[in-house]
Write a protein that binds this ligand. Structure first.
Ligand code: NAD
Length: 347
């Protein structure tokens, strides 16, 4: 990560208060651990079910535990003494993964169910849940020229089957823990996040990383073609990781956002074809596009309506996609070269 962004953290959080971050061997939670560490927090407990050598980032001085959080006893153990709990652990991936692994996605509900209960019993002050734009009603996302999704569009509910329903149900858990039991919960609906230290190969990667990798591989092998899932017209917005971690901090520490799901995403709409053009431009190549029309493609279009976040926080994710993609491309290129040289890499 670059130099730390301005701290948004609540003044009631002391530097040595215990911050628990679940899913920390993965992309976003790994960056969140680094973010809080760089803000000067000295008591961070990071957990992931992956063995420690497979974590994408390991931050020195952070207590790092390899535990399965779908087991309640492990959740109790990790929440002990916690002041704040951030749950970002999930069995997830890009469209290719979530369309083919609905059971895995649904079973993720065990993690949040146990984590929110354990946080409540431990007397934690705040609990954060990472929801997703997949929680939105899919019937209003059939057109690439989408109207951006606002928070109320989740209901009447028709979420993405599997992953989306798990997110929606876990949101409800968080809301009821506040309503009935007084645990302060915060819920952000992330729209596609990308950046360095994310999955870039292996089937769970998302479009920006996949396209960067394909351009890098084509250059490396001398191929002139690129295979694209769908017809290239699908549109999405993509949020750079630095905006994401700052947004999590701001949302968690905003009293007006208790138990209130809020979009955390960029509102810059990008088509897959445009994404390919940008990656080609960064890589300095031009490739012949082959469209794989039977590949998973998800909804036709999706964007984040940022009216609510702007009105509450006076802020929204704003890293231009071209800038974030250039940083991501450079990182993936390094990973690609490292892997070729037989070194350990993230994915
Ligand atoms: P990621 O896959 O890189 O990280 C998730 C981590 O959770 C993984 O390291 C995984 O090993 C861990 N995990 C899974 N099951 C576990 C278990 N039983 N116990 C402990 N750890 C477990 O994913 P990410 O991109 O960092 O996503 C983080 C969160 O943000 C997830 O909740 C995801 O659904 C949500 N989200 C991400 C995006 C995105 O674009 N990346 C978009 C919307 C929502």
């Amino acid at each position: 990560m670059e130099a730390p962004l301005t701290a948004a953290t609540s003044p009631d959080l002391k530097n040595d208060d215990l911050i628990v971050i679940a899913g920390a061997g993965g992309f976003i939670a790994g960056s969140l651990v680094r973010y809080f560490h760089d803000q000067g927090f000295t008591n961070i407990r990071a957990i992931d079910k992956k063995p420690l050598p497979e974590w994408y980032q390991r931050v020195p001085g952070v207590e790092s535990l390899s535990l399965d959080l779908s087991e309640y006893a492990n959740c109790v153990r990790v929440c002990e003494g916690a002041v704040e709990v951030y749950n970002l652990a999930a069995d997830m991936g890009g469209m290719g993964f979530i369309e083919r692994n609905r059971v895995e996605c649904l079973r993720t509900i065990l993690i949040n169910t146990h984590m929110v209960e354990a946080a409540y019993r431990a007397g934690a002050r705040r609990f954060f849940f990472s929801s997703s734009a997949c929680a939105y009603n899919i019937t209003i996302q059939q057109d690439p020229n989408v109207r951006a999704l606002k928070e109320s569009d989740a209901y009447p509910a028709m979420a993405e089957r599997g992953y989306g329903w798990e997110k929606l149900m876990s949101e409800i858990f968080c809301q009821e823990y506040w309503e009935e039991r007084g645990l302060e919960t915060h819920i952000a609906r992330f729209h596609n996040v990308y950046g360095p230290h994310g999955t870039w190969d292996g089937g769970r990667e998302k479009a920006p990383a996949a396209i960067c990798r394909k351009v890098i591989a084509a250059k490396d092998s001398g191929s002139t073609e690129i295979l694209i899932w769908g017809d290239g017209t699908q549109t999405r917005s993509f949020m750079f990781i630095e905006d994401c971690v700052k947004g999590i901090d701001m949302i968690m520490h905003c009293k007006e956002l208790i138990a209130t799901p809020i979009n955390l995403g960029s509102s810059e709409l990008i088509s897959v074809d445009h994404l390919v053009s940008l990656a080609e431009e960064i890589g300095g190549v031009k490739l012949t596009r082959k469209y794989q029309l039977d590949a998973p493609r998800g909804v036709a279009g999706r964007n984040s309506d940022n009216t609510f976040i702007q009105s509450v926080l006076g802020w929204e994710p704003s890293t231009p996609f071209r800038d974030g993609l250039a940083k991501t491309y450079a990182w993936i290129e390094q990973q690609y070269m490292d892997r070729k040289a037989g070194k350990r890499t993230v994915a």
